[in-house]
Design a protein around this ligand. Structure first.
Ligand SMILES: [Zn+2]
Length: 57
């Protein structure tokens, strides 16, 4: 599974099974729209994905 975060969009799955498209260069935290869990955090321009990456778009 590709885990680089260069790509612009990532499809991730939260533990609550919500699937969400997130932006790969977000400058803020990305939260699950369903349960509010943090899916990814910003680390100096890149994001650190804390959930399962399903697909790199
Ligand atoms: Zn969730």
């Amino acid at each position: 599974m590709e885990r680089k975060t260069k790509s612009k969009f990532l499809k991730v799955r939260c533990k609550c099974k919500n699937e969400q498209i997130i932006f790969g260069k977000s400058s803020s935290k990305v939260k699950c729209l369903v349960c509010g869990k943090t899916l990814a955090e910003s680390t100096g321009g890149k994001i650190k994905v804390k959930s399962r990456i399903l697909e790199v778009l």
